[in-house]
Design a binder for this molecule. Structure first.
Ligand code: FPP
Length: 247
């Protein structure tokens, strides 16, 4: 089926997920398969980021959260880290204007203190310039760890209790969720992982509680709008029960 046919199918089929999260995996394998250095795999992966952003806008998906760089990724070779950081700057420089025009609001989630000064500045610029975007919230998880995020939320709760702003009996799921980086958005409905690995890899552990999981063997640099639409169609075929019985 063509891209346009798939888009038509998912529009008539039912509700699209409000929030899609993606673990963009397989850049290294894509590069190895072509005897190229790993950073070229990441560079090729940037095209797929453009594809899924365009696809979400076409399909009416409201929130897209991409896992671009984990806390664990700081252990990769320095050249690869440098390449990923400059790719982030390149993405921001080349896409900011179009993202703003298309109503995409960009936010970076994670420990931004570890970024280089110029990457931090680029992030601040794109967040400010796209602030008014209403069509799609694009969250880039960079230097992100889900356990780290949950531990941070616990620390913030403890600080509020110590300051007398909160009583321990007021700590509930909502209070914790409000202190996660994702507080402004509903939880992901659909998690896509490329390149076939069956893992969550310390990504949105709290927020994915009821997400539908979709793993595709396609390597991230080969992932297109069409693959996104296929994942959404599969999502629409699933029955989500949230722990209840079938209606
Ligand atoms: C995982 O592939 C991918 C990453 C660690 C980086 C993802 C980054 C991009 C797609 C670059 C562009 C994104 C933005 C937003 C600028 P891997 O290297 O772990 O692949 P492998 O498992 O095949 O080795």
């Amino acid at each position: 089926m063509s891209e346009e046919e798939l888009l038509h199918q998912l529009r008539v089929h039912g509700a699209v997920p409000q929030h899609v999260a993606v673990i963009m995996d397989g850049n290294g394998r894509w590069a190895r398969g072509r005897s190229l250095p790993r950073p070229l795999g990441h560079h090729a992966g940037m095209k797929s980021v453009r594809e899924v952003v365009a696809g979400c806008l076409d399909a009416g998906i409201e929130v897209l959260t991409l896992f671009a760089f984990s806390q664990e990724n700081w252990q990769r070779p320095p050249q690869e880290i440098e390449a990923l950081m400059s790719l982030l700057e390149e993405y921001i420089a080349s896409e900011s204007a179009e993202l703003r025009e298309r109503g995409v609001r960009v936010r970076v989630l994670g420990d931004r203190d570890r970024l280089t000064g110029s990457a931090r500045d680029a992030v601040a610029r794109v967040e400010a310039s796209t602030e008014a975007g209403q069509a799609l919230a694009l969250n880039l998880c960079i230097s992100y760890s889900s356990r780290g995020e949950i531990a941070r939320a616990a620390r913030l709760l403890a600080e509020d209790v110590a300051a007398g702003l909160l009583r321990p009996d007021q700590i509930d799921e909502e209070a914790l969720a409000q202190r996660l980086h994702t507080a402004a958005w509903p939880d992901p409905d659909l998690l896509i992982r490329t390149s076939g690995e069956m893992r969550i890899s310390n990504f949105l552990l709290w927020q994915l509680a009821y997400a539908e999981l979709y793993v595709t063997p396609v390597l991230w640099p080969d992932f297109t709008r069409k693959h996104l639409f296929e994942a959404v169609l599969e999502f629409q075929r699933r029955e989500r029960r949230f722990g209840r019985v079938t209606a």
